[in-house]
Design a protein around this ligand. Structure first.
Ligand code: NAP
Length: 286
């Protein structure tokens, strides 16, 4: 999809450091956008885990890469290797975008912005609403914090490891007007009643993607109702079991593609100072 034939001696290099990485749509998305904008830039995915991270960041500085994305498992571990962290990324405690400003590496986080972007695009009214959020990993934290900052009134977080959910709740309850409560994921009575009282249900766990494809944390579609917006951060597969359940009941069902697109679009803007041609990218990528 990318036009690598245009690479020359002046091409500016961008990248993604993560593992596993083969499934990522980020290279196709950014190369399409660079090409459309006529920028002499290229974006490459690098298979990088925590063990190689420090050497890789040193190498990126030496090669003067203009920017890169960071994904699992490097989003928190990269922070001490950078020169500056944006207030939002510091608040979230994770970095997914790095920009090289005259040799200074500055970390940002666009995951939560991507999530809110996809809700906005799909016409979901989230201000003063209640969300039930399943998961308390890096993506869940970014989603919860951005949702709280952007006006969601109440969030109920369910996770296997409840201590992770409690840490997110403490940050949000202290620093925003949003009210967060936490529950263990296997407390099914609470999960059912919190979903019943929510406007939005969001899955931010790996349940629904490989190796847990065809699984859903919702045991019965009777827990869902047509007015509930159901979103899943997973985009591979495009329609998880949870989204199948949601559609069968008549809910608005939103997969993770939009979050990736709008989060990526914010990264593109941080790197280039220009808006990503989102409609063009959508047309050619999705
Ligand atoms: P992470 O930090 O590793 O967190 C994983 C989360 O999934 C944790 O809450 C974990 O619970 C939970 N989990 C894993 N296996 C589970 C199971 N069998 N049953 C119940 N819960 C389980 O990963 P992440 O970066 O937050 O990613 C989470 C999901 O979001 C992934 O599916 C990822 O693909 C997706 N994502 C999408 C985008 C996008 O742009 N669309 C961006 C980032 C992430 P414990 O804490 O109890 O282990």
């Amino acid at each position: 999809m990318s036009d690598l034939g245009r690479i020359d001696g002046r091409t500016k290099l961008f990248g993604l450091i993560a593992t596993p990485i083969g499934h990522s749509l980020a290279p196709a998305m950014h190369n399409l956008a660079f090409q459309r904008m006529g920028f002499n830039c290229a974006y490459i995915a690098f298979e990088v885990g925590n063990d190689e991270l420090e050497d890789v960041v040193t190498g990126m500085r030496a090669l003067n890469l203009k920017g890169f994305n960071v994904s699992m498992p490097n989003k928190t571990k990269i922070q001490p290797l950078l020169d500056e962290i944006s207030p939002a990324a510091r608040f979230i405690g994770a970095v997914n975008t790095v920009v090289n400003e005259n040799g200074k590496l500055i970390g940002h986080n666009t995951d939560g912005i991507g999530y809110i972007g996809t809700l906005t695009e799909r016409g979901v009214d989230f201000v003063d609403k209640k969300m039930t959020l399943m998961g308390a990993g890096g993506a869940a934290k970014a989603v919860a914090i951005q949702a709280a900052l952007d006006g969601v009134a109440e969030i109920s977080i369910f996770n296997r490891d409840v201590s992770k959910a409690t840490k997110i709740a403490d940050v949000i309850n202290k620093q925003t007007n949003c009210n967060v409560n936490v529950y263990k994921l296997d407390d099914l009575d609470s999960l059912k009643s919190e979903i019943t009282n929510s406007d939005i249900l969001t899955n931010a766990t790996g349940v629904g993607m490989k190796p847990l494809e065809e699984q859903s944390l919702i045991p019965d579609t009777s827990w869902l109702r047509p007015e509930l917006v159901v979103s899943d951060l997973i985009y591979n597969p495009r329609k998880t079991e949870l989204l199948e359940q949601a559609e069968s009941v008549g809910c608005k069902a939103i997969n993770g593609l939009g979050m990736m697109l709008w989060g990526g679009s914010k990264s593109f803007e941080i790197w280039t100072g220009k808006k990503m041609p989102v409609e063009y990218v959508k047309k050619h990528l999705f």
